[in-house]
Design a protein around this ligand. Structure first.
Ligand code: MN
Length: 192
C-alpha cells in the first residue's frame, strides 16, 4: 500500500503563505485521492510491491503513472515546508552546491521562480541532482517527476491552480515569491 506522508506540522502553521484551508484540501483531499486511486490501480498487479519511485520511473504513460507521479510529487512537496521565516536562506552543503552551479542563491532563486512562472498550464518546477552530482532546474508537465529522467529531486514547486487558487487566485507569481519564506532547507539538503 502506498501511504500518505505524515506532516511534521499542523495545517495552519504555513499561514499566511499557504492557508489552513488550502492544506486541508490540497493535502487532505487532492493527495488523498491520488494515493487512493494509485492503490486501487495497482491492486493485484506486479506494481504492488514496488516503491513509489520505481513506479514513477517504470510505468507507461497513463493513469498509474499520473497518480504515482502526483503521490511522489506531493510527498516531496509537503515535507519541504516549515513556518514562515524572514530572510529564509539555505546554509551548508546545499548552499555551497547552489553557489557552485548557479553563482549565488539569488541567481538560483530568480531562475527557479522564472521556470515556475513560465510553466504553461498544470505542472511542477524542480531542483534536482543529475548523475554527475550537478544541480539542475527542470520543468515537468502535469504529474511527472524528475526521477523519470534519471534525476534526484530535491525541491519542487506545484503550479497546479489547486496549490494556490484559494489564497492567490490567478496570481501565481505572488504565490511563488512567498513560498521561499517557508522552505525547510534542512529537509531539502537531506535529499542530496
Ligand atoms: Mn498539487
Amino acid at each position: 500500500m502506498f501511504q500518505m506522508p505524515n506532516l511534521p506540522y499542523e495545517h495552519n502553521v504555513l499561514e499566511p503563505v499557504i492557508s489552513k484551508q488550502t492544506i486541508d484540501l490540497h493535502y487532505g483531499k487532492h493527495l488523498q485521492t491520488y494515493v487512493d486511486k494509485l492503490n486501487d490501480l495497482v491492486k493485484g498487479t506486479d506494481l504492488e510491491g514496488k516503491t513509489i519511485e520505481e513506479v514513477v520511473k517504470e510505468a507507461p504513460e497513463g493513469p498509474v503513472f499520473n497518480n504515482a507521479g502526483q503521490v511522489l510529487n506531493h510527498t516531496l512537496y509537503f515535507l519541504q515546508f516549515k513556518p514562515k521565516q524572514e530572510n529564509n536562506r539555505p546554509t551548508g552543503k546545499i548552499l555551497q552546491a547552489i553557489e557552485r552551479d548557479f553563482g549565488s542563491f539569488e541567481e538560483f532563486q530568480k531562475s527557479f521562480s522564472q521556470a515556475s512562472v513560465d510553466i504553461f498550464g498544470s505542472g511542477w518546477s524542480w531542483l534536482s541532482v543529475d548523475k554527475d552530482g550537478k544541480l539542475i532546474i527542470t520543468k515537468e508537465a502535469n504529474g511527472s517527476n524528475p526521477v523519470r529522467h534519471g534525476l534526484k529531486p530535491l525541491l519542487g514547486f506545484d503550479v497546479w491552480e489547486h496549490a494556490y487558487y484559494l489564497d492567490y487566485q490567478n496570481r501565481r507569481k505572488d504565490h511563488i515569491d512567498q513560498l521561499w519564506s517557508i522552505i525547510n532547507w534542512e529537509a531539502v539538503e537531506s535529499r542530496m
